[in-house]
Design a protein around this ligand. Structure first.
Ligand code: HSE
Length: 313
């Protein structure tokens, strides 16, 4: 089985390392046949990126002829390109796609999923929401549950900033730390203004409610001008909350009391509460970080090799 990696930053490098270091029987016949970045295509599996050809990811599909494309490029929320065209083209040829990149799914979920279904190919995207902490893949093991609402903290950078501000740092000092730790988007405005969390709750809504929406349907506010002092004086915390039910989807900063489970979800941790006709489930874990995102894609690859798919696909 041939993989083509797209994007080779911190996440791509961590993914490659996992592939080489984890001795899993499913991986016995898996190899990296090509790595593509904006600098071109490298046709070998080595740590240092040295392009062999100056071609883009779409052209590289023909050259590499992979079985699976693993996209770890950064998000372009305007159009989802060039990843969107790459997925559609790959899925139409029966090539499976694994992605950590939220933008194409947040913008065009329905088109991507329908393309996969009609061509018998698969798309896996655990790392787009909560990185390596199961959120999308959690849904695979909750068959026949009727989900009523979901609520959570879905952006690691802003949760980290809010936590560090409550410990006395300024907004800018906390943001700098989040960037140094590899949590923030290349353009951190996308974290701060709530856009990243809005993209994630969009993807979750599509999966958990089978409700086809795009990020453009989601109301969102961020933490750009946030004042946390008054909430702290009341013994509360401010958290950037993402919420969705059958009718509405939003992201906004909210004051959270000690009784709320989300009160203790601090730092880069994210959380997701799922309320259903059967029970309420909460999952907590890191929502960002190169190794965590790489693990999200890596776990997708193992599930794909085991023949799994999302329920309903
Ligand atoms: N910038 C994102 C975050 C990365 O901070 O949550 C993980 O999606």
């Amino acid at each position: 089985m041939k993989l083509m990696l797209v994007g080779y930053g911190n996440v791509g490098k961590a993914f490659r390392k996992l592939l080489h270091e984890k001795k899993v029987k499913e991986l016995e016949n898996v190899k990296i046949a090509g790595i593509v970045t904006t600098r071109g295509l490298m046709l070998k599996d080595q740590e240092e990126f040295v392009p062999d050809k100056k071609i883009n990811a779409l052209e590289a599909l023909d050259e590499v002829q992979p079985d699976v494309v693993v996209d770890m490029a950064s998000a372009n929320y305007k159009t989802g390109e060039p990843s969107l065209s790459l997925y559609l083209s790959a899925l139409k040829r029966g090539i499976h796609v694994i992605t950590t990149n939220k933008a194409p799914l947040a913008l065009k979920y329905k088109e991507i999923i329908n393309t996969a279904i009609s061509h018998g190919s698969k798309i896996f995207f655990q790392a787009t929401v909560m990185s390596g902490t199961p959120s999308i893949n959690l849904y695979r093991i909750l068959p026949a549950m009727k989900v009523r609402k979901i609520r959570g903290i879905l952006n690691g950078t802003t949760n980290y900033i809010l936590t560090r501000m409550s410990q006395g740092l300024s907004f800018n000092e906390a943001l700098k730390e989040a960037q140094e730790l590899g949590y923030a988007e290349r353009d951190p405005t996308l974290d701060i203004n709530g856009f990243d969390a809005a993209g994630k709750i969009t993807i979750l809504s599509n999966v958990y409610f089978s409700r086809y929406i795009s990020i453009n349907d989601v109301k969102f506010e961020g933490i750009g001008n946030i004042e946390i002092g008054d909430a702290l004086k009341r013994g509360n915390k401010i958290k950037l909350i993402a919420y969705a039910d059958e009718k509405e989807t939003y992201v906004k900063p909210m004051e959270i009391t000690k009784e709320d489970f989300l009160y203790n979800v601090d730092g880069v941790n994210n959380a997701l509460e799922i309320e259903s006709d059967i029970q309420k489930i909460t999952i907590v874990g890191p929502g960002a970080g190169p190794l965590n995102a790489a693990y999200g894609a890596f776990s997708d690859l193992i599930l794909l090799l085991r023949g799994e798919n999302l329920p309903g696909l």
